[in-house]
Design a protein around this ligand. Structure first.
Ligand code: NAD
Ligand code: TDX
Length: 332
């Protein structure tokens, strides 16, 4: 089996590559990654180059994509511009990568008749009230809020159309917020951990009552492999692990696990259009494909993640000053 992984040098993509490398030792893996600010070759260190090849290139490059699709059995598509705050400052790269990039892959999947799994997010459904008893499921209406989530929504709709109109063999998954090793320090959990490691206070947007449904990235990987092997073409699967927590609770837990006073954080300006709550109903993937998450103890997953950032300062330090300078400019 030969598999092409787009965005495989980013956070979730590289965790997936490590997972496949361990779980499917006879698979050949090619990573296609543009190594934007979010991609890092170091995320693939330690993997045998006989089994894992890195091609540095853009998913919008039709010729390159065509060549790579000709020589693979299946494609898992993680590559994206992925950070909401960046999309509020400069939306254009989100349109290029998330929309045109996904279109380019779909055209190659159509031409070469190759299996494609598209990675998406729960954010395409907009947000929920704090007391809404319903969670997002595969039939929830699309209602994205930000340039990021609207371009992810657009990419999902392209996949659905290419399945229906051209018979492309694709599936989609919409996952909740991931945490774990190799996550860029611009994102919530790594930002707070590294702020504490640098002797500053965690930064909570607004009141901190916004809820995210956390899943360990390892569970996201096992779900994606399950869909790739057992999923039904044309179907969408929600991925989540019942990990709802508000941001204030998460910051307090980080501080406590790092031996600090749990009130030792600061409030900063809120994100414009900030989604209030995400929550996933993952009944379908559990009942139809038999998937179950393993990392259901958030506190211990968070403790492991803190330890990873403590042990891997050389990995995150080069991104940190530039990331905080960007936040300073936007007052968050
Ligand atoms: P990330 O920003 O850490 O990684 C994205 C990767 O894609 C990087 O390696 C980057 O270099 C690469 N890339 C960007 N533009 C490219 C292009 N034009 N051509 C080739 N490569 C390009 O993102 P992530 O958090 O790992 O997210 C991966 C996927 O999972 C995305 O599709 C995202 O929408 C989705 N997702 C993320 C989360 C989350 O919590 N982070 C949750 C659900 C879904
Ligand atoms: O410093 C911060 N303080 C803060 O309170 C940062 C960076 C974030 N936040 C809040 C905003 C959100 O409510 O924390 C929450 C999580 O923020 P992000 O890490 O930026 O994630 P989110 O906007 O929820 O989107 C994430 O999950 C869905 C990923 O970045 C997306 O790629 C994915 O699709």
């Amino acid at each position: 089996m030969k598999i092409l992984v787009t965005g495989g040098a980013g956070f979730i993509g590289s965790n997936f590559v490590h997972y496949i490398y361990r779980e499917r030792p006879d698979w050949q893996i090619t990573v296609l990654d543009a190594l934007t600010y979010a991609g890092n070759k170091a995320n693939l260190e330690g993997l045998d180059p006989q089994r894992v090849a890195l091609v540095i290139g853009d998913i919008c490059d039709e010729q390159l994509v065509d060549q790579l699709f000709a020589d693979t059995d299946a494609v898992v598509h993680f590559a994206a511009e992925s950070h909401n705050d960046n999309s509020l400052t400069n939306p254009r790269p989100f349109l290029d990568t998330n929309i045109i990039g996904t279109y380019t892959l779909l055209e190659a999947a159509r031409k070469h008749n190759k299996r494609l799994h598209h990675i998406s997010t729960d954010e395409v459904y907009g947000d929920l009230e704090l007391d809404d008893p319903n969670k997002f499921n595969e039939n929830t209406t699309y209602n994205p809020s930000s340039p990021y989530s609207s371009t992810k929504a657009g990419s999902d709709l392209l996949v659905r159309a290419w399945v229906r109109s051209f018979g492309v063999q694709a599936t989609i998954s919409n996952c909740s917020n991931n945490y774990g090793p190799y996550q860029h320090v611009e994102k919530f959990i790594p930002r707070q951990i590294t702020e504490v490691l640098e002797g500053r206070k965690p930064k909570l947007y607004g009141s901190g009552e916004n809820v995210r449904d956390w899943i360990h990235t390892e569970d996201h990987s096992s779900a994606v492999l399950t869909i790739l092997e057992k999923g039904k073409i044309g179907e969408t699967y929600m991925i989540g692990a019942e990990g709802e927590k508000n941001n204030k609770e998460v910051v307090e837990m980080i501080l406590e696990l790092m031996g600090k006073d749990k009130s030792d954080y600061e409030h900063v300006n809120d994100r414009p259009g900030h989604d209030l709550r995400y929550a996933i109903d993952a009944t379908k993937i559990k009942s139809e494909l038999g998937w179950q998450p393993k990392y259901t103890d958030f506190r211990s997953g968070l403790a492991d993640t803190i330890k990873w950032y403590q042990d891997n300062e050389a990995w995150w330090k080069p991104q940190k000053a530039e990331t905080e300078a960007k936040y300073q400019e936007i007052g968050r």
